[in-house]
Design a protein around this ligand. Structure first.
Ligand SMILES: [Zn+2]
Length: 252
């Protein structure tokens, strides 16, 4: 298998100070948690300048309809986003907004529609889960992807848990392709040539979640199709982290 190019990011946003996982403050008098708090990345702060995320209740019981949600964000979340073109001007302000929102929120990925911009742009925080092809000690780093296209998705799938910054308070288990290859433009080289990136397991899942966003889909749509009831965010994290420990993505 060719060298995984996602270890050579086209744009290392904020490379001087790589983002670190945020650890919640634990009350020493509280009962011992049943999960590893170092693995929990809560929504720390959504920037007040950005459109607000939506509660799960806004999505018609998880069925994906956002018709009852007022405001523009719900509409943008349900649109097929358009490619970024030269007519759109300077992409740097959008990348900066996405970067700030991703860091503030503690998420592992964010797509432009999540801040109300219907463009095919997303950021992914790589390295939050270890992978066999990733050297130990690589700190999390964020890469911006513009006009991404899937050029390979493995027929082999994997079940795992995910949640969404735009649908607060819940999570769920759904299958995704285990291996993925994307072609994309880097924001500092929009004239090309396109670059390619390979991802596996957790990183491939993040990509598929963000690709859904730019096509107007949400992960809860998959849950609805599978007739699966969403879990609380806490329950989702328990199951997710237990599975990740079993697969060696995080320390035992
Ligand atoms: Zn999401």
């Amino acid at each position: 298998m060719r060298l995984v190019t996602w270890l050579l990011p086209a744009l290392l946003v904020g490379c001087a100070t790589p983002p670190t996982l945020r650890t919640p403050t634990m009350n020493p008098a509280a009962p011992a948690p049943t999960f590893d708090p170092t693995l929990v990345v809560p929504i720390v702060k959504w920037p007040a300048t950005e459109p607000r995320p939506l509660s799960a209740a806004a999505f018609d019981g998880g069925g994906g309809s956002a018709a009852a949600v007022p405001g523009d964000l719900s509409a943008v979340l349900r649109q097929v986003a358009t490619p970024w073109t030269a007519e759109d001007g300077d992409i740097a302000p959008l990348i900066a907004r996405l970067h700030a929102t991703l860091l503030s929120s503690g998420g592992v990925g964010i797509a432009a529609p999540q801040i109300g911009v219907g463009k095919r742009v997303f950021l992914v925080k790589h390295g939050t889960r270890r992978h066999v092809s990733q050297p130990a000690g690589v700190p999390p780093y964020i890469v911006a992807y513009v006009n991404p296209q899937v050029i390979y998705a493995s027929p082999e799938q994997q079940e795992d848990y995910e949640a969404c910054l735009s649908v607060t308070g819940i999570g769920g288990r759904l299958p995704r392709a285990l291996h993925l290859r994307l072609r994309y433009l880097a924001p500092d080289a929009l004239q090309g040539p396109p670059r390619e990136v390979e991802a596996h397991d957790w990183d491939a899942r993040i990509f598929q979640h963000e690709l859904d966003h730019i096509d107007g889909h949400l992960y809860i749509d998959h849950l609805a199709t599978l007739s699966r009831t969403p879990l609380s965010i806490e329950e989702m994290r328990l199951h997710r982290d237990a599975g990740h420990r079993e697969r060696g993505l995080v320390a035992p």
